[in-house]
Write a protein that binds this ligand. Structure first.
Ligand code: SF4
Ligand code: F3S
Length: 104
């Protein structure tokens, strides 16, 4: 499966939802997650994310993000259409440790 990771937080560009063939993105206030059981591993979303926040879960050290995607995909609503990203998205792009600072 693919997963959404730290740099999505407060960037939330949403280009990813436009390309997913199985509509498996779910929306929180500050970020999106992928439903790991619905993702068919096609990989098309990975290069579409301007924040480079999407990774295959086979990348080392991503266990906590897989857990977070799994947990919130079950409770957040499905999102299938891109909207305007936050106005200040670029300001947060590349900042580290966003989970601790901003996740809600
Ligand atoms: Fe959707 Fe493919 Fe990305 Fe999985 S890898 S979330 S199926 S676009
Ligand atoms: Fe987030 Fe990138 Fe999608 S910033 S909303 S994973 S395009």
């Amino acid at each position: 499966t693919y997963i959404v990771t730290d740099n999505c937080i407060k960037c939330k560009y949403m280009d990813c939802v436009e390309v997913c063939p199985v509509d498996c993105f779910y929306e929180g206030e500050n970020m999106l997650v992928i439903h790991p059981d619905e993702c068919i591993d096609c990989g098309v979303c990975e290069p579409e994310c301007p924040a480079e926040a999407i990774l295959p879960d086979t990348e080392p050290g991503q266990e906590a993000w897989l857990e977070l995607n799994t947990k919130f995909a079950d409770v957040w609503p499905n999102i299938t259409e891109k909207r305007e990203p936050p106005e200040d998205a670029a300001k947060f792009d590349g900042e580290t440790g966003k989970l601790e600072k901003y996740f809600s």
